[in-house]
Design a protein around this ligand. Structure first.
Ligand code: DGT
Ligand code: CA
Ligand code: CA
Ligand code: ZN
Length: 595
């Protein structure tokens, strides 16, 4: 997949080029031009990558034609030969240092060169260490005072630096599956389960936790340590081990025998907050909890449980689904027998956000597979309906008439599929469109085009940085356009990349309710949007949701369980999700007219 450059990354790159020019004593104007371009990109309210997609990169103030040309190459090919040329031969570490306020390019270069710090990775640590050892003050041009300042600046920067990146749920799940398959190939392994955040189906995963049921823990640990992808063993004991894989993922393994398996599952699933709350609950009943069982404090007797159900039952509670174990009121709900009956993947009857390869000439990406292929897949998944929602035809590159002509052709194709392959498979195909919400809240679609569609997804794809008030108004305006059935990936977050935009959700909930509309739970791995906590809030307000994959190729249609997982983490029941309805009922609430 092509790299999705963020504005921040592009700005940092431009700033690095400016720094390289400065170190090379190039013309002052070049340095200033690149610095200005960097600042300008940093302050854009639209994603620069989107502007490029729309052919508008020349319009960014502060980005001249030559820089625009290099950026064009960067986005098209993944790198710019010119940028590389300028930075060649300079220590990559210096580009880490220039991000720290108070350290200019020439200082950064001198430091890296004299201290022989080349690599980016660990550059800050090494500078800090050199400062602590008094090595910087001895360098020509530096003194005690500048050494102290550098040390302080680096320490500050390190504090601010983000901690280890987290893995997206589907990748962690895939990896865990492989490790578990490996473990199960050992004759000593009676059972192996992914626990921790993975079992709770969190959107991102810090490390992978696996529990093994066995009578021979030592043998299992030894077998685990022979897993081929292990790079480093962090620690190993008689019953457990922690390792780092070659892809930097940490895996924690714990073992337990069948008699205490229930308490192991419970303890190691977490979350930590749920466990703490449960421990308090237990304490009030004279019990103490651990991975080895439930202890009666008075007598010291340990109750061992084979299953989690038994474990919770002993505490006087029904079993609590792992997705709810976040100390968000689940223990209280369990106590009152008010746990929700959560929606399940089997309940899903259709997918309403699919990008086919039908060329609507959009400004964003097209899907990779044809409609028929995706219809067949939907049938395999047991769906009764699906909707194709390519991005709207680019409005900067078409007249209204051209857009109408493209969408008419698409409508005809969908109708034909409904008469042929979909009919045979007994599945309804809807003709939708995912339409950009423009910065002012209008939809990027000519008025006459709405009539050609069964429904519209309104989505924000640009100008993410508007103030909360403006963004809220923008979304409210968009929701009032005809045929809009739901707001796509409502917060716009990209996991591990960018936060969602700021919105007054109360107002959006109210609007959606008033208009008889829905909010999407988008199952795409880096979105999982709405996030779980907003799912919960939406449901509390009576808002109904639609869970979709946003598939851009047929394989993506299999991502639905991850969307359902988010809904479950948000306490969603079947009745909260509109695409659990059978076709006729669905068509009614989704306001689809058919004959
Ligand atoms: P992660 O790895 O950051 O995505 O999140 P988790 O929830 O998988 O956290 P992790 O791997 O540190 O620990 C796995 C589980 O082990 C955690 O969910 C609950 C349990 N656990 C870990 N530390 C503690 C603790 O200090 N107290 C209690 N009660 N349980 C703990
Ligand atoms: Ca974990
Ligand atoms: Ca762990
Ligand atoms: Zn979208």
């Amino acid at each position: 997949m092509k790299k999705q450059w963020t504005n921040q990354e592009v700005a940092e790159l431009l700033r690095a080029v400016a720094a390289a020019y400065e170190v090379r004593n190039a013309s002052k104007f070049k340095v200033i031009a690149y610095d200005r371009a960097a600042t300008s990109v940093e302050h854009l309210t639209t994603e620069i990558k989107d502007l490029w997609d729309e052919g508008k990169i020349n319009e960014i103030p502060g980005v001249g034609p030559s820089i625009a040309q290099h950026l064009d190459e960067l986005f098209a090919k993944g790198q710019s030969s010119h940028f590389r040329e300028v930075m060649k031969g300079l220590p990559p570490a210096m580009f880490e240092l220039i991000k720290i306020s108070g350290i200019g390019p020439k200082t950064a270069f001198k430091l890296c060169q004299s201290l022989k710090i080349w690599r980016k990775k660990g550059a800050l640590e090494r500078i800090k260490k050199a400062a602590e050892e008094g090595k910087i003050r001895r360098l020509p041009g530096f003194g005690e005072e500048s050494e102290r300042k550098i040390k302080e600046a680096v320490t500050q920067a390190k504090l601010k630096k983000k901690e280890k990146p987290r893995m997206l749920l589907p990748y962690a799940a895939e990896l865990a599956k492989k490790i578990i398959a490996y473990l199960k190939s050992s004759p000593w392994v009676e059972d192996a389960q992914p626990l921790g955040s993975l079992r709770r189906q969190c959107a991102t995963i810090g490390d992978i936790d696996i529990a093994v049921k066995t009578k021979k823990p030592k043998k299992v640990v030894a077998f685990f340590l022979k897993f081929p992808q292990i790079k480093q063993v962090l620690n190993q004991g008689e019953k457990k081990a922690s390792v780092v894989l070659r892809n930097e993922t940490q895996v924690d393994l714990r073992t337990q025998d069948a008699q205490t398996w229930g308490s192991m599952l419970q303890y190691f699933t977490g979350s930590k907050h749920h466990n703490i709350a449960l421990r308090e609950w237990a304490q009030k009943r004279g019990l103490s909890l651990s991975e080895y069982g439930i202890k009666k404090v008075k007598t010291g007797k340990v109750i061992r449980t084979k299953t989690e159900e038994e474990f919770y039952r002993y505490l006087g509670l029904p079993w609590i689904p792992p997705e709810l174990r976040e100390d968000q009121g689940e223990i209280e709900a369990a106590q009152k027998n008010k746990l929700p009956k959560l929606v399940s993947i089997k309940d899903i009857k259709g997918d309403l956000h699919l990008h086919s390869d039908f060329d609507v000439e959009p400004s964003h990406d097209l899907g990779k597979d044809d409609m028929e292929t995706m219809v067949k897949k939907a049938a395999q998944l047991g769906y009764q309906y699906l909707g194709f929602t390519e991005h709207n035809p680019s409005i900067s590159q078409h007249t209204s008439q051209q857009i109408i002509s493209i969408l008419s052709r698409k409508k005809e194709l969908v109708e034909k599929i409904n008469r042929t392959c979909a009919k045979k498979l007994n599945i309804k195909v809807l003709n939708g469109l995912e339409v950009d919400i423009l910065p002012d809240g209008r939809l990027a679609l000519p008025e006459k085009a709405f009539a050609l569609l069964d429904y519209v997804i309104a989505s924000v794809h640009t100008s993410f940085h508007q103030p909360k008030e403006k963004m809220t108004q923008r979304i409210l305006t968009a929701l009032d356009f005809p045929k809009v059935r739901f707001l796509g990936h409502p917060t716009g977050r990209k996991l591990e990349m960018r936060e969602g935009y700021e919105v007054d959700w109360e107002k959006v909930f109210a609007k959606v309710l008033k208009n008889g509309q829905f909010l999407e739970v988008n199952a795409f791995p880096d979105r999982l949007d709405l996030p779980d906590f907003l799912v919960k809030e939406a449901i509390q307000h009576g808002v109904k949701l639609v869970v979709n994959t946003d598939a851009h190729q047929v394989e993506h249609m299999e991502l639905m369980p991850y969307g359902v997982a988010v809904a479950r983490r948000g306490w969603a029941r079947k009745k909260d999700i509109v695409n659990t309805l059978p076709w006729r009922k669905f068509a009614k609430v989704f306001k689809i007219h058919y004959n």
